[in-house]
Ligand binder design. Sequence first.
Ligand code: 2U9
Length: 344
Amino acid sequence: MENVLEQIAAYKEEIAALQPNGAASLEEYRIRFLGTKGIVKALFAEMKNVPADRKKEFGAILNDFKVFAEERYDSWKAALSGAEESGAASDTDLTLPGDPLPLGSRHPISLVRNEILSIFRRLGFSVSEGPEIEDDWHNFSALNLPENHPARDMQDTFYLNQNPDWLLRTHTSNVQIREMQKGKLPIRIVTPGRVYRNETISARAHCFFHQVEGLYIDEHVSFADLKQTLYFFVQELFGRDVKIRFRPSYFPFTEPSAEMDISCLLCNGKGCNVCKHTGWVEILGCGMVHPQVLENCGIDSNKYTGFAFGMGIERITMLKYQINDLRLFSENDVRFLQQFTSSL
Ligand code: 2U9
């Protein structure tokens, strides 16, 4: 019996020194001490070998030990489940880096728009935006396109059923008109945005697309300022080797008007399918703001002059990334969209 008492004292010391550090070691403890084939059960089985006069004393010591072993188990278990709830001491290693979420990529139109805006920001232009649903005056009349003007036919328009004076803007020039009406000069803005035209959808045309237009109005603004600004712009966008040329054109809102070509990026001006063997590709339209447009917005055209330009972002994106079908931009096919990365 003395041996057994010594053994119980040793077990008590062992248990006092134990610190199970997870569910697995706690279960190991339970099986070893409290299980049906465990130490406590085995010690109770020793009872039959204890002399009758010491059974009471042995029983009390054994009971104490059993209660001690059970209490230890209960308190460890409680501590462990509390710790698991707060995330500690579980099998999860919280110091491991998390599983990365799959990152999307920017739409190529957004990438090129951001690149264009960043170039003009560096030249001192600020970005201005306005409504896509517009009234006839801000979209047409103020821009020298009075009712029944043949130039209105150039841009087939979506009108709203509720009110034939309302339409989906056909260009972002409505933003410039609204800015000019505020009467705060000088003005140096670029206006990115979505525009709408009633066109049959094909590889080369769509019923909506994106533009960036620009406007600079101050005293003494000249066509030379326009040329230098746009030259800087294309060199930044396409590289230092790009060449430019201006061709005379006609827009009702600018006079004189021009279209600007750049040397073909694919064949370096030698002639290919993209430039239709001319060596040049058109990228934007521009001109000096028509004095009548200035007056329409309350700006004194004797004192102020300005230049304006407009470009389709889809067209520039197609040239930059050699994309041959406009419809790819609005189909949201991830196999197409995943191919574009940029820091902007
Ligand atoms: C104001 C005055 C003048 C903006 C201009 C163009 C020439 C032009 C086209 C390029 C391709 C439209 O997207 S496109 O189809 N734009 O050629 N845009 S000058 O002129 C303005 C704008 C606002 C107050």
